[in-house]
Design a protein around this ligand. Structure first.
Ligand SMILES: [Zn+2]
Length: 177
């Protein structure tokens, strides 16, 4: 299920090489597995080198006015959003990521290794969400953890929202990973 067809991988890597100037490698593979107590995560099943396509993320393509309730979508364009399918949906956020999310084709996104990924490494990327009303706490445990799953530039806005919320309703916790 997680295996990408070799010819498709080759085609997609060609896009990366052309559009992103990364290095070329071909082959497999990722796996979904448990991450501590947090649930599931996406793991490298072999070594990936920097610049190598780790996975193509496809899923349901939604218009902006359709995704409403879903909090986990990726922006494909100004009008279109991707709700990632399995296994891409299991890639967790980290403030100290080892992969980067890129636009791959009109309707798919990709994760590209930004450092050497040994087999068995959890694949994570920086979600860089905008500040949100439901306070997406980050538990990535990186030394540079920002505390929330939001982009650096949104942190001050997020702090204000969090402050307002905590003074309104003490103790109610929300969490995200
Ligand atoms: Zn973090």
């Amino acid at each position: 299920m997680t295996q990408m067809e070799k010819s498709r991988r080759k085609d997609l890597q060609a896009i990366i090489d052309r559009d992103y100037d990364y290095r070329t490698y071909s082959d497999d593979d990722v796996v979904v597995a448990e991450v501590g107590k947090h649930g599931l995560g996406l793991f490298a099943n072999r070594q990936f080198l920097p610049g190598e396509l780790v996975i193509e993320i496809s899923g349901q393509v939604l218009r902006q006015d359709e995704y409403g309730a879903s909090s986990y979508v990726m922006e494909l364009s100004k009008k279109l959003y991707l709700e990632p399918g399995i296994p891409g949906a299991f890639a967790n956020h980290s403030c100290n990521p080892n992969s980067e999310l890129i636009r791959l084709t009109k309707y798919t996104m990709g994760l590209v290794a930004i450092c050497n990924l040994e087999a068995g490494t959890e694949i994570c990327y920086d979600y860089q969400w905008p500040a949100l009303e439901w306070i997406p706490r980050c538990r990535c445990n990186s030394p540079n953890c920002r505390g929330w799953v939001v982009a650096e530039k949104e942190i001050s806005k997020m702090k204000k929202i969090a402050k307002r919320k905590s003074s309104k309703q003490n103790g109610k916790k929300s969490r995200a990973h």
